[in-house]
Design a protein around this ligand. Structure first.
Ligand SMILES: [Zn+2]
Length: 634
């Protein structure tokens, strides 16, 4: 039985990474204002979670008492279905409580990270949850001592166990890779240094890294920390400056490339150790087991994308032409093709987002309207507030959404993206019992990217201005490049790197440089000049070190949403309606089945190349539209 809240929230984790990929440093339209100057409607209302801190303190005591009561159930599960039911009901009560106890301080911390009192309370939650995990560690091993056939009988004869059928059967499925007591003890001892590569990477790439200062063509100087580096790539029209910056920024990683390679070897060796210890044939199988995703999904994704890079290269060539460059490099990829001074006040974004989801039906729209009507979205930047955007749920209360809204087009898309997550939460909470209300990352980003796609349609529908249309299409193309092609390329690289270790091949700086260079060239072809220093890029992709085999999910979500969107918006009215119903059923199904099966019920089969092809086709169509609009711009 796992403690889901101790992991970063699905939406939170995804949103943070998504933003890191899709947007860099958007200009701020308004300077931060004090929270007290922001109308209450645009600030979070925490009172639906707890009326005050006293109530939260009472909740903490309640959790402690409930934890002790749960621990007392140890040894009872073999008594029969009623005992199992009692334990699950008790766990549900604690789980619902955990959401409130965790979010109440967490959300308040995030709107003012300077508040030490709140930060202190939040730390107490972590300590209490750790105690709970220790006190309940007996549960799954004890459950699995009951033979599966016996459990199957109990499930069949006990209707009240229905909400727990899926989690229980999943526990049995995963048991195939659980070791005996001695083996698990060894694994838990090894677990203490499994985090060492990640910790070492974090120190090396943040504490110890020295970002260089360079002199630009106009005589000014720039220190190339990640934030100022991305700002330079977006804003500096001098290609020689961008080239110099890219070489210097990547050079900061190259300076300790051998150490990065040794750390990455540690990641790969650890993954291979865990896979072998738990009897998986490969590291990929081990990584995909928790969501029961077949290996074929990742392999098909990579194969089909490698074969479908033509639209990506077409897009690069179009950018090269419109930017008037003789050669096109990765450091030219963030430069805007046209400038727009159009702004989107928050009220406009809200109206646009609501209008865009009309195809999802009146019920969806009215629930969305209720969500955006006040108290659940913390809209504006303010001193001490954390950056980025996310959506986070509280079972029994609903979702909360954090924004740093700044009136740009990017901010409108971020709002729609997080709205997709929030509505997924609304529909899942409304239709699922607590036990199956949490959805996986694997389906989460389908909801968010689908809403972004609806927003794009709505914005395109409202304008005939070629420049504005071009910027919208470019936004869509950039998100396919950033969250699809780039992520598949990364997944491709890490799969090959893991395979080298599985085959007993050495991992050295030279091997990783060549591997990254060869992989990038397979995607970029001759449409992009890959300067030699770009071969060190692997060292700065934190996902490779922190969460191996994670990024492919961005791409599969993108492909799924592309296919669902196509089914909901093309074809006969009957087929559209059926596709929309299937999509809403997916959102309402929360986490009640394995994600691949949930998607299959919605009409998406990720083992099929055609599913992957729909994203590739989408980029191809966008580039064609962009070429047409560009021809009209004077
Ligand atoms: Zn997201």
């Amino acid at each position: 039985m796992s403690n889901r809240l101790l992991w970063p929230a699905v939406g939170l984790m995804a949103a943070m990474t998504f933003n890191a990929v899709a947007q860099t440093s958007a200009p701020t339209a308004k300077s931060p204002r004090n929270r007290s100057d922001v109308p209450a409607e645009f600030r979070w209302d925490f009172s639906p979670i707890y009326p005050n801190w006293d109530a939260w303190e009472a909740g903490m005591r309640d959790m402690e008492a409930k934890t002790d009561a749960f621990a007392a159930l140890k040894g009872t599960l073999k008594n029969g279905p009623d005992a199992v039911l009692k334990a699950y009901l008790s766990f549900d009560e604690i789980g619902k409580l955990q959401y409130r106890l965790y979010r109440y301080p967490q959300l308040q911390r995030d709107v003012d990270t300077r508040d030490q009192a709140v930060a202190g309370r939040f730390q107490r939650v972590g300590a209490l949850f750790a105690k709970f995990d220790t006190a309940t560690a007996w549960f799954t091993p004890e459950l699995l001592t009951i033979p599966q056939a016996t459990m199957q009988g109990w499930l069949d004869q006990t209707p009240a166990l229905a909400p727990y059928r899926f989690p229980i059967l999943e526990a049995y499925r995963k048991a195939a890779h659980v070791l005996d007591e001695k083996g698990e003890h060894l694994m838990s001892l090894a677990g203490r240094f499994n985090g060492t590569p990640r910790e070492t990477y974090s120190e090396l790439s943040t504490s110890d890294i020295k970002f260089p200062t360079i002199t630009l063509a106009d005589g000014s100087s720039a220190t190339l920390s990640p934030a100022s580096y991305y700002a330079l790539l977006e804003g500096n029209r001098d290609q020689a400056d961008r080239a110099k910056a890219a070489a210097a920024h990547l050079g900061a990683y190259a300076a300790t490339a051998h150490t990065y390679a040794a750390v990455y070897n540690g990641v790969l060796q650890r993954d291979w150790f865990i896979a072998q210890a738990r009897n998986f044939p490969t590291t990929l199988d081990a990584a995909l087991d928790s969501d029961a995703v077949p290996r074929q999904v990742v392999e098909t994704l990579i194969e089909a994308t490698r074969a479908g890079v033509a639209p990506l290269q077409r897009y690069f060539r179009l950018r090269k032409k419109l930017l008037g460059l003789d050669t096109y490099h990765p450091y030219d990829g963030s430069l805007p093709l046209y400038k727009s001074d159009k702004t989107y006040p928050y009220e406009t974004a809200r109206e646009l987002a609501l209008a865009s989801v009309a195809p999802l039906g009146a019920d969806y729209v009215s629930q969305y309207r209720r969500f955006v009507s006040g108290g659940r979205i913390d809209v504006y930047e303010s001193p001490g507030k954390r950056s980025g955007a996310y959506s986070a749920g509280v079972y029994g209360v609903g979702p909360y959404q954090l924004l740093n809204y700044n009136d740009t087009l990017d901010a409108v898309f971020t709002f729609a993206h997080e709205g997709g997550h929030a509505m997924h939460t609304v529909l899942s909470y409304e239709n699922q019992p607590f036990a199956t209300s949490d959805y996986t990352i694997f389906v989460a980003e389908v909801a968010s990217t689908t809403n972004e796609r609806f927003l794009l349609e709505e914005l395109l529908r409202r304008t005939t201005d070629p420049k504005e249309r071009f910027l919208l299409l470019q936004h869509a193309a950039d998100s396919i490049v950033g969250t699809y092609f780039t992520q598949v390329m990364f997944a491709d690289f890490e799969l090959q790197a893991h395979r080298l270790v599985e085959q007993g091949q050495p991992i050295t700086t030279a091997v990783l440089r060549k591997l990254y260079g060869d992989t990038a060239r397979a995607y970029y072809g001759d449409a992009m000049t890959l300067d030699p220093f770009y071969e060190d890029t692997w060292a700065r992709i934190s996902h490779f070190f922190n969460s191996p085999y994670y990024v492919y999910q961005y791409a599969t979500c993108f492909a799924s949403s592309a296919q669902l969107f196509k089914a909901m918006t093309t074809g006969t009215p009957e087929s559209r309606k059926a596709a929309t119903e299937r999509y809403l059923t997916l959102l309402k199904s929360g986490g009640n089945d394995q994600p691949m099966k949930q998607l299959q019920k919605a009409g998406v089969d990720l083992t099929q190349r055609a599913t992957i092809q729909s994203v590739i086709d989408q980029l191809d169509a966008l580039v064609t539209q962009m070429e047409a609009e560009a021809a009209k711009i004077r």
